[in-house]
Design a protein around this ligand. Structure first.
Ligand SMILES: Cc1cc2nc3c(=O)[nH]c(=O)nc-3n(C[C@H](O)[C@H](O)[C@H](O)COP(=O)(O)OP(=O)(O)OC[C@H]3O[C@@H](n4cnc5c(N)ncnc54)[C@H](O)[C@@H]3O)c2cc1C
Length: 281
């Protein structure tokens, strides 16, 4: 089926029209491509009058595709998709060419700007004819959040997200959360006591129902996609049962992996330099 394409070139005040020959471009698009049924230029396509112009053409001329050459999709793609939908055209049968950000704002030479604008419009006209109708669909999203790094920034982010009702996994590679701030006495410039700010927050994180701390752990693999990521976290061995450990430190004296002095090892003839873990001998 041959498509009926409408091409609309926006002046954007003098933003585009001050550099590109917008009337000439609209005329060129109307004459140059077989599928183009309507080609117009207008002061502000995003204005309600500009949108009405497109809507009327879709209804009266039976347009099956729409191209707008204007600012950036970031700014007005949604606007023009809505315009198409209002006139009964599937909003994904619309294509935008960025004549402002990609041409007039960045091209001083007017003849080069005209050339580039034609290339963008040509690309959009060809592309839009290949586009297919789409329907938005809803997919379930996992609202859990992973935060990497349990410094003051990670701690605060975890608390705010957890208070907002999301479950947070806080991954910290060191044995304890706290980061740099845990090493300071006072903080510049207010000379507040660092521990007085940090420790209540560390405590809140540790006791919050919505926060799981994975300390002495590192992210090993991330897969999946926005809303449904899967993350593999490696927990490093602590050699103690964290559930029953009271932090008394008595086990240190008996620990098989602690470092021992060099001379003892040399006497055994095991190694000649440095030191070695007792557990490896
Ligand atoms: C010497 C020094 C003095 C400072 N003095 C002041 C001051 O007086 N006033 C002030 O306002 N600021 C000061 N700062 C800055 C302040 O420390 C930082 O702005 C603040 O602590 C940064 O917090 P953070 O959570 O972003 O990072 P950090 O405190 O660095 O925490 C990052 C955490 O992420 C963990 N981590 C990193 N990579 C990974 C990974 N791949 N996987 C898991 N965990 C990871 C780290 O182990 C760490 O616990 C100072 C900084 C330094 C270094």
């Amino acid at each position: 089926m041959t498509e009926k394409v409408g091409v609309y070139i926006c002046h954007c005040g003098s933003n585009i029209a001050g550099v590109i020959d917008v009337e000439g471009l609209a005329e060129w698009a109307g004459e140059h491509f077989e599928g183009v049924a309507v080609s117009r230029d207008y002061k502000f396509m995003c204005s309600s009058l500009g949108q009405e112009l497109i809507e009327k053409d879709i209804k009266n001329e039976g347009l099956t595709r729409v191209v707008v050459g204007s600012c950036s999709p970031h700014l007005h793609e949604k606007t023009f998709r809505r315009t198409c939908a209002n006139a009964g055209l599937n909003p994904y049968l619309f294509q935008m060419a960025s004549l402002r950000e990609q041409v007039s704002w960045v091209t001083a030479d007017k003849s080069k700007a005209d050339e580039k604008a034609k290339a963008l419009i040509a690309g959009a006209v060809h592309r839009v004819q290949l586009q297919e109708e789409l329907e938005p669909s809803e997919v379930p999203v996992n609202p859990n959040t992973l935060i990497v790094g349990g410094g003051i920034a990670g701690i605060q982010a975890a608390l705010e997200l957890a208070d907002a009702g999301h479950h947070v996994y806080l991954v910290e590679r060191e044995p304890s959360i706290g980061g740099h701030m845990a090493q300071f006495d006072k903080t510049f410039p207010t000379l507040d006591c660092a521990a007085c700010i940090l420790t209540p927050k560390m405590n809140d994180v540790g006791t919050h129902d919505n926060i799981t701390i994975l300390s002495y752990s590192e992210v090993e693999e991330v897969s999946g996609y926005v809303g449904n990521f899967k993350v593999k976290v490696r927990k490093k061995p602590r050699y103690v049962d964290p559930e029953t450990c009271t932090g008394c430190g008595i086990c240190w004296t008996e620990c098989l992996t602690k470092r021992i002095p060099l001379p003892k090892l040399i006497m055994k003839g095991e190694i000649s330099v440095g030191e070695r873990r007792l557990g490896e001998i």
